[in-house]
Design a binder for this molecule. Structure first.
Ligand code: ADP
Ligand code: MG
Length: 578
């Protein structure tokens, strides 16, 4: 593979064809010299031997209907008469074949790409419908070769569409329906993500159902009202323009005739109804029920119609995903596949990460993080906790999510109560473990290590699925309040330490009596009273309290050593060793 020559991604469509390439890591579709990224799949063989492709060929259709070939995709790889299709007169008359006509379209796309990229290209990925058999796939490949392209892969259209909608969105075993309503065909496919790639579970559809039918029906409607011949190509073209306009506007006019969206929808209703049985068929072939479907994506120019979107929403009972351009999704997917093959686009399967930290509330209302934000799932972590108060016989564990230092500023996901035998402060040992499985479900387990009694809680969804907006807001707030939050944490921690230290110091001083010098005693007392003063002062001066507590702690170190010495001495004396 030539690393400098890009690989093209091509949607060789029945009605329209597109070409793309990965450029600096991004898949892009390439425009022709008129700025159009979509080329009508039309080829005109003029009497003088010149061959034109695309919009130009389509314009010739009115003048040379017998020399212009459209929808050649219906014929490729089929034997004459197969599938009820008789090769049109033009093919035999011009002694050309569907493969050769398709090759003309591919040659044109190759030229569009070479012009846009200013370099020659020789390799491509081409998409075909999922139901294409070997003969049809091979014929498509031959057409590519005839156009001077080495076809590295023939890719299924629904798979390409799903690729365009983003692999990372679909987890293992997720099921996706691709509803593709184009110009001349309707395809419905059900895919399942397995080992990081899509598997086609079933496909169904109608090769004679598409936007073209609607153009004909609307042309008849218009022709009747305006007393024009319905099969006039200009009426037909006007009908398509009106139809497209009605996807955006409520009315469209042609030759003084106002046509409303309601008019079109009345005509279109029975037409769209015809997709229903194919959808049900595809689901039943895939052996899945509607509610087992994770996503439904729309592909094909005709799905731009509001009626089609409404219909799909009704039929599947959910909002279809329309985040990609329906007429570009397949080409985009082919381009992504080409990029993966050429190595210019790495196939990174984005694993889910925790959007925000998960933890529990600890003493003084602080947030204690157990699984930090941005941890790849599945993940598991735990910590030991003890009782802060004597004779406590249970612990309330509040499970929190967020980046703030204080528990109250984070979100509570749930709470559990862990019982344990009452005892002195610090005697209980409760292990808390968080584990997030691959599905994003948070399992909380709290175990009293004395009794081995477990308390568990399952929290689904929220650990992973948080709206981006809320995540951003939480992080922004954690930055905004970083100083105050940190101050409050230091204060709470220092206060806790001071409240432990002060009674211990008092006890030690009493115990030691005159075993220490007056100087030592007053030094310790000075630090102790400074700590007391700060604890009582109204403004929470966290830094000062932390420093004073540290000084007191240092000063008491010497007391502790003395106490230890005394204890040692006493025991030796007791045992008569001194
Ligand atoms: P194919 O897969 O058959 O090549 P496309 O996906 O390009 O087809 O879809 C072409 C069809 O989509 C045509 O029938 C065209 O009229 C229809 N179409 C394109 N844009 C719109 C629109 N905005 N509203 C309604 N139909 C549209
Ligand atoms: Mg298509």
């Amino acid at each position: 593979m030539n690393p400098n020559s890009p690989i093209l991604g091509i949607d060789l469509g029945t009605t329209n064809s597109l070409v793309g390439v990965v450029d600096s890591g991004f898949p892009i579709l390439l425009a022709d010299e008129n700025g159009s990224r979509s080329t009508p799949s039309a080829v005109c063989f003029a009497e003088d031997g010149t061959i034109t492709v695309g919009a130009v060929a389509l314009r010739q259709r009115a003048l040379h209907p017998m020399h212009t070939i459209t929808s050649v995709k219906r014929l490729i790889g089929r034997r004459p008469g197969e599938g009820g299709w008789v090769p049109p007169y033009v093919l035999s008359d011009l002694k050309t074949s569907p493969v050769e006509v398709s090759a003309e379209i591919l040659k044109h796309l190759k030229a569009v790409a070479e012009r846009a990229l200013e370099q020659s290209v020789s390799q491509a990925v081409i998409t075909v419908p999922a139901y294409f058999n070997d003969a049809q796939r091979n014929a498509t490949k031959r057409a590519g070769e005839l156009a001077g392209l080495e076809v590295l892969r023939i890719l299924s259209e629904p798979t390409a569409a799903a690729l365009a909608y983003g692999l990372d969105k679909f987890g293992e075993h997720q099921k996706v329906a691709v509803y593709d309503l184009g110009g001349g065909t309707f395809d419905i496919s059900v895919l399942e993500m397995r080992d990081g790639t899509f598997q086609v579970l079933s496909t169904a559809g109608d090769t004679q159902l598409g936007g073209d039918d609607l153009d004909r029906m609307l042309a008849a409607f218009i022709a009747e009202r305006l007393n024009l011949p319905a099969n006039d190509i200009r009426v037909l073209e006007a009908a398509e323009t009106v139809k497209k306009r009605l996807s955006v506007d409520e009315t469209a006019a042609f030759n003084g005739l106002d046509i409303t969206r309601a008019d079109l929808e009345k005509i279109a209703r029975p037409w769209i109804e015809r997709t229903r049985m194919h959808c049900l068929r595809a689901l039943s072939d895939a052996k899945i029920k509607l509610d087992q479907l994770d996503e439904i994506i729309l592909v094909g120019g005709s799905t731009r119609m509001p009626l089609v979107r409404d219909y799909v929403r009704e039929l599947f009972g959910r909002e279809p995903n329309t985040s990609q351009n329906p007429d570009e999704a397949i080409a985009l997917g082919a381009t992504i596949q080409a990029g993966i093959l050429s190595g210019s686009l790495r196939q990174v399967l984005l694993l889910d990460v925790t959007p925000l930290s998960l933890g529990i509330e600890t003493f003084g209302g602080l947030m204690n993080i157990i699984i930090p934000r941005n941890t790849t799932i599945p993940a598991k972590a735990g910590e030991m906790f003890t009782n802060a108060v004597a004779n406590q016989d249970n612990m309330l564990i509040r499970i929190l999510q967020g980046e703030r230092e204080l528990a109250k500023d984070n979100w509570e996901l749930g709470r559990i109560e862990v019982p344990f035998p009452a005892g002195p402060k610090g005697s209980a040992r409760v292990g808390v473990q968080f584990s997030i499985d691959a599905d994003g479900i948070l399992h909380v387990l709290a175990r009293d290590t004395a009794t081995n009694q477990d308390t568990t809680l399952e929290i689904s969804g929220t650990a992973i699925d948080v709206e981006d907006e809320r995540v951003e807001q939480m992080i922004a707030e954690s930055v905004d309040f970083a100083f105050e939050d940190m101050n409050e944490r230091i204060w709470t921690e220092s206060k806790f330490k001071a409240e432990e230290l002060l009674p211990a110091v008092d006890a030690a001083l009493t115990q030691l009596g005159d075993a220490i010098t007056d100087e030592e005693r007053s030094d310790v007392l000075k630090h102790a009273s400074e700590v007391r003063r700060l604890l009582q002062s109204p403004g929470h001066d966290a830094k000062a309290l932390k420093a004073a507590t540290q000084l007191l702690d240092d000063a008491t170190q010497s007391l502790a050593v003395l106490l230890l010495d005394r204890a040692m001495e006493e025991s030796l004396v007791r045992r008569g060793l001194v």
